[in-house]
Design a protein around this ligand. Structure first.
Ligand code: HXC
Length: 519
């Protein structure tokens, strides 16, 4: 074989590898409304930036006639490229080869890019579309999964890890995405579950479809497993690019600050009127976020899950920040189990990647009731408390309206190392709301009033008295728990100045192996 033949051989092998499991399998993939592993990589990365590793890897299995079925790349495409010019590592499972199932060599390829991403300090993107462990390889596949899990765990909080689910992801395979920072699922074509419908029926008798058991809708609105639900794969890829624009390459870097032409002192008079006069009337806290953030841009995480709290990424004068905000439009913005879990994990995500946390508070308290207590609201609420308390990133809190009871302490209060705490004049910061307080303090006296009209009058007067004394920001400001009471329309400027002031903040936690967050 002369040199030209050798080059032709290389070109031929590359072409063969690019075909994965073959043209027919590619067509079948397209017929299902899915892209191939390589097409997905092209959609996510900057054009022409992908550099592939291990294209010539094949499996080493000799069981079940597998030795006669060899495909270059062995069911997963791996390598690195760039997103907006910044390096990322990527693996993309190829369903056209043995249903994207994981073999020993497949796992080694994934581990190689994970290891390199850690050494280089660059984000890792995993695209999942797989039938799980390659059944013919038995225990070697299980070992391969565990090797990946171990790397996900070590990389957690060091480099951003993002998972796209664009097809099946079942059995233990779900735990790799679950260990990553962000999970994006495509509507209709993806599903995730530990146990699929067939086994579910055998064990519990329950009959349920893939979609209803673990589709994008379920995981983005019921379980909270998926942060984003994308209408299609293109949208999913764009979302991943967008998330990374806010994040540093690793935990030792600051998030990328960009030039901002949205004036920092932009006033918004509408904010002076956004809080309704009636304390029980809801409003949309996202209107406030859109008004304050640069160019009104807010990338919301978990839009459909635990909607009583809003979380996501935005920029203030070009500085990427995490936002946490109670949402009075859902359950009056109360903290319940899911809201606590959602916000707690997000605050830790921000802290891990040096994103300042800006918190907007309008919380009537924790949701009462046996369902919440039996479900462990004590532990889940404590997670949020823990997350805020251990976070060392800049923390700026703005109390918009209600901030009652334990929920006041939790939501980025001064006492959990809140750095700069503002309140609007509409803030009500107290141990509990006027109604509850009067019931406790005056219950016996109220019961003694037999005339219903008199009783109502008495209650209203006492509630008014309480509201005037406690349902305002000045009692807290008197003790320095609130640094300043600010005019709502000027909030953007005050937040930006706070973040600029805090940009050199240094804070630490005592040396320890790790805390014992109430998981
Ligand atoms: C080997 C597999 C495979 C697997 C699919 N294939 N899954 N080969 N190991 N796990 C092959 C199929 O045999 C088929 O090959 C091709 O991939 C495409 O699969 P289809 O079934 O034709 O595709 P589709 O109808 O779209 O169904 C997809 C599927 C189904 C729902 C994922 O293939 C399926 O149920 N697979 C098995 C899932 C499973 O039980 N996996 C093991 C889970 S246990 P041909 O040659 O016919 O085209 C597990 C443990 C992990 O993963 C533990 C980690 C800790």
């Amino acid at each position: 074989m002369n040199h030209q033949d050798r080059i032709r051989r290389l070109v031929g092998m590359r072409a063969e590898a690019r075909l994965g499991g073959g043209q027919k399998k590619i067509e079948s993939q397209h017929e299902k409304g899915k892209y191939t592993a390589r097409e997905r990589i092209e959609m996510i990365l900057d054009e022409g930036s992908f550099e592939e590793y291990d294209m010539f890897v094949t499996h080493r299995s000799h069981d079940f006639g597998l030795e006669k079925q060899q495909y270059l790349s062995d069911g997963v495409i791996t390598g690195h490229g760039t997103i907006d010019g910044r390096i990322v590592y990527i693996f993309s499972q190829d369903f056209t080869v043995f249903g994207g199932s994981l073999s020993e060599t497949f796992a080694q390829k994934v581990c190689k890019v994970m290891d390199q991403a850690m050494k280089v300090g660059a984000p890792l993107i995993g695209i999942n579309d797989s039938g799980g462990a390659r059944i013919q390889e038995g225990v070697k596949s299980l070992a391969g999964y565990a090797e990946i899990f171990q790397r996900n765990i070590m990389a957690s909080g060091v480099i951003p890890q993002i998972s796209a689910i664009f097809g099946p992801c079942a059995g233990g395979a779900v735990y790799s995405p679950a260990l990553t920072d962000v999970v994006v699922m495509s509507e209709k074509t993806s599903y995730m579950f530990v146990t699929g419908p067939r086994v579910t029926k055998t064990v519990t008798g329950e009959e349920i479809s893939n979609e209803d058991l673990g589709g994008a809708e379920i995981h983005s609105s019921r379980s909270g497993v998926a942060h984003f639900r994308a209408g299609n794969e293109e949208e999913g890829c764009l979302l991943i690019r967008k998330v990374l624009q806010y994040l540093p390459q690793n935990n030792l870097e600051d998030p990328p600050v960009i030039e901002c032409d949205d004036p920092i002192d932009r006033l918004d008079d509408r904010l002076n009127e956004i809080i309704p006069e009636n304390p029980h009337e809801p409003y949309d806290v996202k209107e406030i976020i859109y008004s304050l953030a640069d160019h009104g841009e807010f990338l919301e995480f978990h839009r459909y899950w635990a909607r009583n709290i809003v979380i996501g990424l935005a920029r203030f004068n070009g500085i990427p920040c995490g936002i946490v905000a109670n949402q009075p439009q859902f359950l009056a913005g109360v903290l319940d189990i899911n809201a606590s879990r959602k916000a707690a994990r997000f605050v830790r995500f921000c802290d891990a990647f040096n994103l300042p946390v800006v918190t907007f508070v309008d919380v009537p308290g924790f949701l009462p009731g046996s369902a919440q207590e039996y479900g462990g609201i004590i532990l889940h609420g404590a997670k949020l408390l823990f997350a805020y308390g251990e976070a060392t990133v800049p923390k700026v809190t703005v109390t918009l309206r209600k901030s009652y009871g334990g929920a006041h302490d939790v939501m980025g209060s001064k006492h959990l190392r809140g750095d700069i705490n503002y309140a609007w004049p509409t803030a009500e910061i107290a141990v509990m709301g006027p109604k509850g307080a009067i019931e406790v303090l005056e219950g016996k006296r109220i019961a003694e009033i037999s005339d219903p009209e008199e009783r109502q009058k008495y209650i209203a007067a006492r509630e008014q008295e309480y509201r005037e004394k406690f349902a305002n920001p000045y009692e807290a400001a008197r003790y320095g728990y609130i640094d300043d009471v600010i005019e709502p329309r000027n909030t953007r400027f005050r937040i930006i100045r706070a973040l600029q002031t805090l940009s050199t903040k240094k804070d630490t936690n005592p040396p320890k192996k790790h805390g014992n967050i109430p998981l």
